[in-house]
Design a protein around this ligand. Sequence first.
Ligand code: SF4
Length: 316
Amino acid sequence: MKYVFGPISSRRLGKSLGVDPIPSKTCNWNCVYCQLGRTRPLANERKEFVSTQEIVSEIREAVCQHKPSEIDWISFVGSGEPTLHAGIGRMIREVKSFTEIPVAVITNGSLLSLPEVRADLQPADTVLPTLSAGSETLFRTIHRPHPDLTFAKHVDGLKAFRDEYHGKLWVEVMLLKEVNDSEEELRKLADILRDLSPDAVHLVLPTRPAAESWVKLPEYDGLMRAQAIFAGIAEIVHPAKGTLDLNADENIVQSILNVISRHPVMHQELEEALNAEPKITDPESVFAALRKSEQAQEVLQNGVLFWASSSAKETE
Ligand code: SF4
C-alpha cells in the first residue's frame, strides 16, 4: 500500500487506519516541533498530488482486510498537511459511502479560511486542527508558516469552521517548554479557545524527535499551569501506548520502516509489538536488520529511545 498505513496506535484515536494523501513533508507550515523534519520548500497550493481514486481504492482494500474491531478510526493525517490535497473532500465522501468506521482529519487548520476546504471537511466525524499560539508573533515563532498565512486568518478560519461544522471539533494545543507554557501565553490561548468553543481541547506534548533540537517538553509546573488555565475547556491527552499492527506487510522490517517513515516509534513500544508477534522468534534480529537497512536510526529524546526514519530529523 502506498497511501494507507496501520492500523497504528494513535494518541487520540485508538486503532487508527492512517491515510497519507500527499507527498512526504508537503506542508504550508514549518513547525519547530514537526516530527518529520523541516519543510523545504513551503507549499500552499492545493493540488491533486496523487490520484484521488487510487487513494480511495487503497482505503477500501485496507478496510476489507481488517475485522471491524481492528479499526477505530480512518484518519487522514500523513506526512504533511492533508487538506492541501484538492481531492480530500471526495475521498471522505466516498469512504463514508462504503464504511461506517468514523473518519477523522488531523490538520493544521491553516486552510479553513477557504470556504471550499471547510465544505470538504463537512462529512468527517471529527476534525482536529491545531492552535498552539495566542498571538501573531508566537504563531510565527512556532509554525513558521507560508507568507500568505497569518494568525488572524488562522483564527478566523477556525471560527468560521466552528460555525458551519456539525461533527466534533477537537483542537490540539502543542505545549512547548519556555515557548508557549508561560501564564501570559496560556491566557491568550485560553481566551481564543473559549471564544472558539470546541468540543474538546487536547494538550499534546513534543514527545517525538522534533525538527529543532531546542524543542523541549514542558516541565511539570508548565503542564500544571496549562491545565489550571484551561480548566473547563481542556483535558490533557498524553501519548497512548499501544500495539503496532505488524501484520500489515509480509516483510516485518519493511512494515516497520513504512510506519517510522511517517512518525518515530518508541523502542519500548516496538519491542512489545515484536514480542507479541508469534512469527517473530528473535526481536533483536529485527532491530539489527533495521540498523543494517540504513533507512532507520535510533534517536534519544528526553531520555526516551525512538526509532525514526534516517532522513526524518534535521537539526542545527
Ligand atoms: S507538524 Fe504538521 S503542520 Fe507542522 S510542519 Fe509538520 S506536518 Fe506541517
